[in-house]
Structures are given as structure tokens and as C-alpha cells.
Design a protein around this ligand. Structure first.
Ligand code: ABU
Length: 459
């Protein structure tokens, strides 16, 4: 039997070669999935030839998120050095809850957390940890906000108090879900209006908070977004922090999408004032380009992580201090090592290299915006200083166009809405792309529209 690593190399190489020629995988509809792909699990083992062929087929038919034709989501590309780290993490298979089980890998996580804390100026009392995604880091912030408001809730359960959470109408859908999970309740989420560029309207927030205070409700959390999912807008941190300070409300900055601007001299002003928040999160699997998932949350005072997430467990914590038993500040128990892929990348390119990765995405977005501005067939719906480039082409409904491009295996791009408008959301998050990849996207789109809509109408 062939060693599985040899098999991995053979299949991975085949994928790399195929991706060059076919950046979009053949479309397999959900209706046809089980007919077209051999996914069946049988009673008995199968021979190596059939196993390899089933695996190869599965890999080659899987949607390609690492190529220069994937602009659909808030991640993309394949960073070699980060992939190396993740492969090693799988080989090592540590669980990062204790020093005993993870040893030097705990150091990997701590060094990343400490470096980022320095960037925010939270290195004195601050702390941080990794979670399974942006929804979970938002959840952690909500739990810490709840417990900071009333530290008996985690002991006695929810009291009669109406705890209130504020977030903009453009924020991530995890906020109402997390309000349900945390016992705060979906109905206690106040959706704050945004301005014409998708940023939280500070006056609306102020009025809502004051109304709640007058009515005897208890404001506990304001969730700001650094990079809204559709437009990529950044909420105003400094002004909101004044409201939070006045009413003693926890301020979280959800930078899952674009919080990584913290690494860029040119763009870090977009999260200016982040040090005024109580917690801040970002996903390195988004702008930094590590494999999924690599989500980090930071707090100004690490006491809150311990207050909300630690629990004694004699069968687990048997050596070393809390400081090195990272399970004491984590939402999870068993926890995969998501830090190593970030570390291998950071170690190899340096902090300057991370900055280049972030800046490149804005450069690519500027190229796309210029193209749109200089071509009358496009209408722009986006904002500047964003890596989500939003537009429509020749008045074709965005949903229809994105779905056709997908089903005909041309390119993967999604659509979004803001106010009354629906448009294509083209995300330039793959820092391995170059100008020609961006221009190729537009060429592909135009050629597709020409053959599907224009020639078809003539004939
Ligand atoms: N946090 C996931 C957002 C997904 C998307 O809008 O592409």
C-alpha cells in the first residue's frame, strides 16, 4: 500500500497542474452530486487503484478557491508558507489546551498574540486567543460583555434584566445568532442605521442607547464592524467609543474581514481608535491568506478571558501555570492548532511581508475600480478604501449573472445588496493575483455576456 503522504503529493500535484489549465472546476449541481461523484461508503475495503481514482475525482471536482478565478467570498488564494504550517499542524495533531499536550506549539500561539497586542498597544494587560471563526470570536466578545456587566449571570443564569446589544444593519449575521446563544435574545439586538457609505450612524446609536437607558434596559455591548461583509465599510470607532465610555458599554470591533489592516501603515487608519475598544477580532484566513480557519480575538484586559472562559478540570490541567494552559482562556476544550499556519507565514515573510499582503489587495481593488470608472457599461455601487468592488454590468441583474457564470464554470463571484440596490460583489482578497488577473475577470465577464445575451438575442 502506498504511503498516504506519497498519495497526497501525487494528488496535490495533479490538482496544481489542473488548476493552471482550469481555474474553475467543472460545475456539479447539487441535484447530480451523488450520481456524478463516487461518494458511497461500502461495507468492505476497496483496492488502492479504485481508492486513488475516487479521491482524485473528488479533489478535481471540488470548487477551486485558490485560483485566479475565485472572487466569491471573503477568502481566497493559497499561501504556500501558511499551507506548510497547516499541514504540519495536522501531522503533529496537538490540542492547544495544555502545555503538556502542545508544548512548544503553545509558544507559537503566544508569540502571535503578543505581537498583535503590541500593535494595538494592549501589551500591558491584554490577552488573546484563537477561535473557530469570526462568528465565534463575536460570540466570545458578547459573553465577555455580558459577564462584565453582571458577573452573576454565568453562575445563576439570566436574570430578569433586559440586556441590549447594538450593531449596524450592515453587520455580520452572527450577532443575532450569538444573542440567542448567550441568553440575551434576538429581540434585544438593536440594528443601527448606516450612512450612505455603510458606516454605523453614530447619532442613531446615541439615540437608541439613550432611549434604552430611559426605559430601564441595560446596554451591554456595541459591536462595530471593520469591513462589513458587503461593502467592506469601517464603522467609526473613536466617536462610538465615547458613547460606550459614557454608558459603560463593552465595545467590540469585529474585524473578521478587514481587521488585518492593522498590519498596514497605509491602511491602519481605517481602524483608527481600535485601542479604545474592549475587544477586537480578525480572521487571518481572510486578508492574511492563511488556510481556513484562523480567527483571533484580543482583549484589552485578559482578566475577562479568564472570567468568562476558564473552568477547573483536574483530568486536564495537570502541569504548568494558567499562562501556558491556553484552554483556560478558550471557548473550546479540544482545539486544533490554528496558530502554526499563521506563524510559518509570519516567520517567513516578516511583519513587512504581512503589510505587503494587505496593501496588495487594496491595489488590486483600485485597479478594478479604475476599470469600472473608465467603462460606461459598468455602474459602481462600492466605496473607496475597500477590497469589495461592487458594480453592475449593462444593467443585467447581478444574481442572474453570478449564477450563470457559476453554472457555466466561467468564474466564481457573488452578489450583495445595499439599500435598494443589488450588485456584483467582486472581492480582491487573493494577494497572489496580479493586475492581469483582475483585468481577465472583466474580460471573462464581458465575453460571457456577449455570447450569452447579445449573440443569443441576435440569433
Ligand atoms: N464571514 C463570512 C462572510 C461570507 C461572505 O460574505 O462571503
Amino acid at each position: 500500500m502506498k504511503n498516504s503522504l506519497t498519495l497526497f503529493n501525487e494528488i496535490a500535484n495533479k490538482l496544481l497542474v489542473d488548476e493552471e489549465e482550469n481555474p474553475v472546476a467543472e460545475f456539479v449541481s447539487s441535484e447530480e452530486l451523488f450520481k456524478k461523484i463516487d461518494l458511497e461508503l461500502s461495507e468492505n475495503s476497496i483496492d488502492e487503484v479504485r481508492f486513488k481514482s475516487a479521491l482524485e475525482n473528488l479533489v478535481l471536482k471540488t470548487p477551486r478557491t485558490a485560483t485566479n478565478a475565485f472572487f466569491n467570498q471573503l477568502f481566497g488564494g493559497r499561501n504556500d508558507r501558511a499551507v506548510l504550517g497547516d499541514l504540519l499542524a495536522v501531522m503533529l495533531n496537538n490540542s492547544t489546551y495544555t502545555y503538556k499536550a502542545a508544548g512548544v506549539q503553545i509558544g507559537v500561539e503566544k508569540v502571535i498574540i503578543n505581537k498583535v497586542l503590541q500593535l494595538i498597544d494592549w501589551n500591558k494587560d491584554g490577552g488573546g486567543t484563537f477561535a473557530t471563526g469570526g462568528s465565534m470570536t463575536n460570540f466570545m466578545s458578547m459573553l465577555m460583555a455580558r459577564d462584565a456587566f453582571n458577573d452573576e449571570i454565568r453562575v445563576e443564569g439570566m436574570t430578569q434584566e433586559n440586556l441590549i446589544v447594538y450593531t449596524s444593519i450592515e453587520s455580520h449575521y452572527s450577532i443575532p445568532k450569538n444573542a440567542a446563544f448567550s441568553g440575551i435574545g434576538r429581540e434585544n439586538v438593536r440594528y443601527i442605521a448606516v450612512d450612505e457609505e455603510g458606516r454605523m450612524d453614530v447619532n442613531d446609536l446615541k439615540q437608541q442607547v439613550e432611549k434604552d437607558v430611559q426605559e430601564g434596559n441595560k446596554p451591554v455591548l456595541v459591536n462595530l464592524t471593520a469591513g462589513t461583509t458587503v461593502l467592506g465599510a469601517f464603522d467609526p470607532i473613536v466617536e462610538v467609543s465615547e458613547i460606550c465610555l459614557k454608558h459603560n458599554i463593552w465595545l467590540h470591533v469585529d474585524g473578521a474581514y478587514c481587521g488585518s489592516v492593522i498590519f498596514s501603515e497605509k491602511y491602519k487608519h481605517l481602524i483608527g481608535g481600535v485601542e479604545l475598544a474592549d475587544s477586537f477580532s480578525f480572521n487571518a484566513h481572510k486578508m492574511i491568506g492563511t488556510p481556513l480557519t484562523c480567527s483571533l480575538i484580543f482583549v484589552k484586559n485578559k482578566k475577562h478571558l479568564y472570567d468568562s472562559f476558564s473552568n477547573e478540570a483536574k483530568y486536564l490541567y495537570q502541569t504548568d501555570e494558567d499562562e501556558f494552559n491556553l484552554g483556560k482562556t478558550s471557548l473550546q476544550c479540544g482545539r486544533r492548532n490554528d496558530a502554526l499556519k499563521f506563524w510559518t507565514l509570519w516567520k517567513s515573510v516578516g511583519t513587512k511581508g504581512l503589510e505587503t499582503i494587505v496593501d496588495k489587495q487594496f491595489e488590486l481593488a483600485d485597479i478594478a475600480r479604475d476599470y469600472i470608472k473608465n467603462n460606461d457599461d459598468y455602474i459602481s455601487y462600492g466605496i473607496e478604501d475597500s477590497i469589495s468592488v461592487c458594480f453592475n454590468y449593462k444593467g443585467i441583474p447581478a444574481q442572474e449573472l453570478c449564477t450563470s457564470l457559476y453554472e457555466e464554470s466561467k468564474t466564481l463571484v457573488g452578489y450583495g445588496t445595499f439599500n435598494e440596490d443589488e450588485f456584483i460583489r467582486f472581492v480582491t482578497i487573493n494577494a497572489q493575483n496580479e493586475k492581469e488577473d483582475i483585468l481577465n475577470f472583466f474580460k471573462t465577464l464581458e465575453k460571457f455576456v456577449h455570447s450569452k445575451y447579445e449573440i443569443a438575442q441576435l440569433s
